[in-house]
Design a protein around this ligand. Sequence first.
Ligand code: XMP
Length: 519
Amino acid sequence: PVLVVDFGAQYAQLIARRVREANVYSEIVPHSITADEVKAKDPAAIVLSGGPSSVYEQGAPALDGGILELGVPVLGICYGFQAMATALGGEVAQTGQREYGATDVTVTGTDSVLLGAQPESQVTWMSHGDSVAKAPEGFEVLASSASTPVAAFASDERKLYGVQWHPEVKHSVHGQAVLENFLHRAAGLPGDWNSANVIEEQVARIKEQVGSARVIAGLSGGVDSAVAAALVHEAVGDQLTCVFVDHGLLRADERKQVEEDYVASTGVRLVTVDAEQQFLDALAGVSDPEQKRKIIGREFIRTFEAAAEALVLEAQASDSEGQVKFLVQGTLYPDVVESGGGSGTANIKSHHNVGGLPEDMTFELVEPLRTLFKDEVRAVGRELGLPEVIVGRQPFPGPGLGIRIVGEVTKDRLELLRAADKIAREELTAAGLDEEIWQCPVVLLADVRSVGVQGDGRTYGHPIVLRPVSSEDAMTADWTRLPYDTLAKISNRITNEVPDVNRVVLDVTSKPPGTIEWE
Ligand code: XMP
């Protein structure tokens, strides 16, 4: 793999993704990694990420200089570039001249391996205080900016490279080309990693892990569980049984998409548990968001457990079949990185993941998506021939519409919200906005009423909130500037077609401060 050494800013995951976009497999490792540990991983190349700190700061993350002596090609980015300069005997100065944001760079090394075929003058994304004042001995300076004499350097002989700017950020206009030059030209990597290889590799792994035992998977209707289960099915066929809990908090058509479209395209064995009434009963009278989340999580696990237990008993009764030993989880790479990352983050909301492992269940986990980012999961799903309604689906929270009704959750209110949500989704898709929008929660303010007028009469109905957001990873988000015509159409249709709704409002809050969901 290509190792991305994480110096602690949020850039490492982005770098890892961009490397993979160049069709080269990458993994993230902490900056505390030693040269020996790096060597043991036998990397094809190494990228040192940016970081928040100055190399002069007390406790600034250090680089094990031995990593630069392994003969493995290294690209240092921003802080990684400066850490490299320091380790190799160059000079980093605290100039007090901060460069932040879009910055003009002059490339002198237009015939170099790293910046070859690039324009002499280009816009890059910078974020740094200190600057490299002198390149290490034997290094060629490839670029400079107004306040940074050494903005990029290289030693082809030692295969060591560095740039002060962030090539992984889209605002660096030729950034991806810098990464690709490093990977393909400097490190000589072919760029042959793609979703077909991923499938082949995972199928082999799953076969080996599972053997002839039986496996169960929880389907939520979302992308991750659907792709994870499809991979397992590809590997072990009918040793897999999928369990789909319909908690009654799904959006319009979602059950049908799983029961019909997904099953038709994969051929998986599916058990649906109809638990709407059970969830409605448990949620009756509750309007506190955290309490709703806890109840939904608890009921979900109970229901899933009961279904799993029934399958285990069924397997035991028929001695021709293997024991149920495995549970599929759609864990993604960011979860793996973040839970290994150490530093705790505040529990803003208690997230509940459909298919979450009950504590006292003794299944072994099968996690075929552990090395993948979301967009890669989608690519794998498409390669496996899954329906676009599932593969292209926007994120939808485990607790479903339950946390999009501000107030008590009832069957009537769910129906009303489902109708409004369906209209919004239809119109956003019709307007070709699905790519631009990360997700668009539609929220019912069930405890609010306002006065309206329709026909000749006064109405006293509920508002519906549209919350379209653009985001890369849901950690931060901005509200999407939707065209007025689309908003008008959605508003018209919802107020006309959904009884008891007489007002549609638009949420124009970014995250932070507002979370994406309302509860
Ligand atoms: P917030 O509202 O915290 O949401 O900005 C960030 C992303 O997470 C989704 N979300 C959830 N996903 N279980 C999930 O699987 C949950 O309990 C949950 N709550 C929020 C939300 O839709 C957004 O994509």
